[in-house]
Design a protein around this ligand. Structure first.
Ligand code: TMP
Length: 208
């Protein structure tokens, strides 16, 4: 087994992140690798509380900058309490969403811009950046079709197709800006094919 690594999984709503995260967890267990699996926003008691405020549909008046600060606050807590200590111990940490989500959703879809998000991420992350980002690439129209529509109980998910188009464009900007760590996986295939591509990618990167 190789040394620890920080892996993030990104993509639009309904691209199969949860399915792939669960399959990856099973895979790591099957090879005897003690990887830690987290989700953002969340992963600590405080961050989960912040998550419920962010996603609550009754908070429809929340401003874009308030939203971005809350995601950053949840992240700061997760990093200090969980991610930084785990990486220091040399563990593999897999996080469902991270800073690229803030860039795509708040920076691009909410139109706060790159500079604001970079500043927030710098403050929240204390220099911690992903070694590899697995981008499950599927356009939002196709993803929602496959998922059977947006979840009306989720404030972000129900934001409308134009919003999710801007999210997708934001991810494409990340792909262009970080070609070394941002690895695109075609998420239009079936779950097993996507999983095999992810494992191949991690093997090539020397993580497993
Ligand atoms: P999830 O549905 O993948 O659990 O993510 C929760 C929602 O939060 C999803 O709509 C994406 C959104 N999100 C942001 O808008 N900015 C962020 O920084 C993160 C981590 C998630």
């Amino acid at each position: 087994m190789k040394k620890g690594a920080f892996i993030t999984i990104e993509g639009c709503e309904g691209v199969g992140k949860s399915t792939q995260t669960a399959m990856l967890k099973d895979y790591f267990e099957s090879i005897g690798c003690d990887a830690m699996f987290l989700r953002e926003p969340g992963g600590t008691e405080i961050s989960e509380k912040i998550r419920s405020v962010i996603l609550d549909t009754s908070n429809e008046g929340m401003s874009g900058i308030c939203e971005a600060l809350l995601y950053s606050a949840a992240r700061a807590q997760l990093i200090e309490e969980v991610i930084a200590p785990a990486l220091l111990q040399g563990r593999i940490v897999v996080c469902d969403r991270f800073t690229d989500s803030t860039f795509a959703y708040q920076g691009c879809a909410r139109e706060l811009g790159e500079e604001v998000i970079t500043r927030l991420n710098d403050i929240a992350c204390c220099g911690i950046t992903p070694d590899i980002t697995i981008f499950l690439d599927l356009e939002p129209e196709a993803a929602f079709r496959r998922k059977g529509g947006a979840d009306a109980d989720d404030r972000l998910e129900s934001a409308g197709i134009d919003f999710h188009r801007r999210v997708y464009d934001g991810y494409l900007k990340c792909a262009a800006a970080y070609p070394d760590r941002f690895k695109r996986i075609d998420a239009s295939f079936d779950a097993d094919t996507i999983h095999n591509s992810i494992v191949k990618l991690l093997k090539t990167a020397g993580v497993v």
